[in-house]
Write a protein that binds this ligand. Structure first.
Ligand code: GDP
Ligand code: IMO
Ligand code: MG
Length: 429
């Protein structure tokens, strides 16, 4: 298998960015295939910290970085993120960066609608990142999206905007909002068009060439399987498919290109936004996990909810996403806990479940069944080899892989790029 597909196996923020950055130096191309700038990845390289939302994490190592058709793209955010990274010395040019010309755009009207709906939902809100992701995907599926290639046909854009605005104006009226300022939107699109178009191309062709040359492709997933619009904790999910299968449809390569599926798994569990979370800890232990793990969102700065490792959820994610092996991250956050707990099953109205049910009410009601393990007194922080790990930490890793029925390929022990233990090379598998 020459290619690797990285996906999050929980509710996002598992440390995908760090692992993609680490793997990127061994890849020839890195491709984002779904989501948008709702993602937030923190990469730490020496004394530099990079925060990425839309650009593939491979850009930091200068690896060819591609935004696939499955992504929803906010052109103004793109410009700002490129400027920010260039300010940190990262080189981004038409040689090392490309955008699929059939990528749908996120427009200010999508952000408006996202905010209007969330405000109207009150306590029932999803807790979105407010970046217009859901409304943009709706317009894509509704066949009225403006796409990157449309920016090269400005004469036809007027009529396209008529259709799109007719839809949005009706929705906005329902919220007591004025219609879209169509003229201003058209002017903004005309202004940003040349910037976006310099990177635009049919990336499937570029990828076909890369593949034919025998090069290694790294597919970079955003969010996590439990936020998948089909398989996640619906309706508290994002609006794309986050599973590994999307790597093919979201990039323009067939399913046989996916290669080794590397599920990124945090050694405990976190979630941002609303929705069920069986092992959530609303006590001092949860607080401690959040503090030790610096669990604040990269995109919104929101505090992430924290809880023990849920083996039922991860086993399900690995099965649904065909995970070949996992990267277990943030093991160091568990350093110093006297006892660590793992959820091995659920109790639901007197019944024992070995899976996470589909209905939101059942998901909210399941009670975790825990297995307790002795913690470790030594430290895993900064470990770069298996031999550096305390015996009890190794036992924890072994128990995790047994319960999730999937082997561990990598272990991450700090935010720093090089603090990574390679157990099984996904590119050589
Ligand atoms: P992503 O969205 O999956 O890329 O993850 P985020 O970057 O949003 O969140 C993961 C956070 O944990 C980031 O701040 C990383 O720098 C940090 N991180 C990644 N791996 C490790 C690790 O092994 N240990 C610790 N302590 N932090 C890590
Ligand atoms: P990365 O790639 C964690 C969550 C939001 C919300 C739900 C829907 O950094 O792991 P959206 O704006 O997508 O419509 O919000 O999904 N969410 C994430 N949570 N990590 C992410 O990305 C997320 N992207 C979206 O908090 O609950
Ligand atoms: Mg994140």
């Amino acid at each position: 298998m020459a290619n690797v597909t990285v996906i999050g196996a929980q509710w996002g923020d598992e440390g995908k960015g760090k692992i993609v950055d680490w793997l990127a130096s061994r890849a020839d191309a890195v491709v984002r295939f779904q989501g948008g700038h709702n993602a937030g990845h923190t990469l730490v390289v020496g004394d530099q910290t990079y925060k990425l939302s839309l650009l593939p994490s491979g850009i930091v190592t200068g690896t060819l970085s591609i935004i696939g058709n499955g992504v929803v793209l906010d052109p103004w955010h793109l410009k700002a993120e490129i400027a920010k990274l260039e300010g940190q010395g990262v080189e981004i040019n038409t040689e090392n960066f490309a955008i699929a010309d059939n990528c749908p755009l996120i427009l200010p009207l999508h952000r408006d609608l996202d905010a209007l709906r969330e405000t109207a939902a009150g306590a029932g809100k999803i807790g979105t990142t407010g970046r217009g992701i859901g409304p943009a995907y709706e317009d894509k599926v509704g066949r009225r999206a403006i796409r990157v290639c449309d920016l090269a046909h400005l004469d036809a854009l007027d009529a396209q905007l008529d259709r799109l605005c007719a839809h949005h104006d009706a929705l906005r009226a329902g919220f007591g909002q004025p219609p879209v300022d169509r003229a201003a939107l058209l002017a903004e699109l005309k202004e940003i068009a040349p910037f976006v178009l310099q990177y635009a191309q049919p990336v499937w062709k570029r990828l076909k060439k890369v593949r034919k040359a025998g090069a290694r492709i790294l597919f970079e997933g955003a969010q996590g399987v439990l936020l998948d619009v089909d398989h996640g904790t619906y309706p508290f999910v994002t609006s794309s498919n986050t599973v590994s299968g999307t790597a093919a449809s979201g990039s323009g390569l067939g399913p046989n290109a996916t290669g080794f599926v590397l599920g990124i798994v945090k050694a405990y569990t976190t979630r941002v936004g609303s929705g069920p979370f069986p092992t959530e800890l609303e006590d001092a232990t949860g607080q401690r996990l959040g503090e030790r793990g610096h669990e604040f969102g990269t995109v919104t700065g929101r505090k992430r909810r924290c809880g023990w490792f849920d083996a039922v959820l991860v086993r399900q994610s690995c099965a649904i996403s065909g995970v070949t092996g996992i990267a277990l991250t943030k093991l160091d956050v568990l350093d110093g806990f006297e006892t660590v707990r793992i959820c091995t099953g659920y109790r639901l109205r007197g019944k024992i479940l070995d899976y996470f049910p589909s209905h939101a009410a059942d998901q909210a009601e399941v009670e975790p069944i825990y297995e307790d393990m002795e913690g470790w007194s030594g430290t895993t922080a900064g470990a770069r080899s298996w031999a550096d790990l305390p015996a009890q930490a190794i036992k924890y890793i072994q128990r995790v892989q047994e319960l999730i029925e999937t082997p561990v390929a990598l272990v991450s022990t700090s935010p720093e790029r090089e603090d990574t233990i390679l157990v099984r090379d996904p590119f050589e598998d």
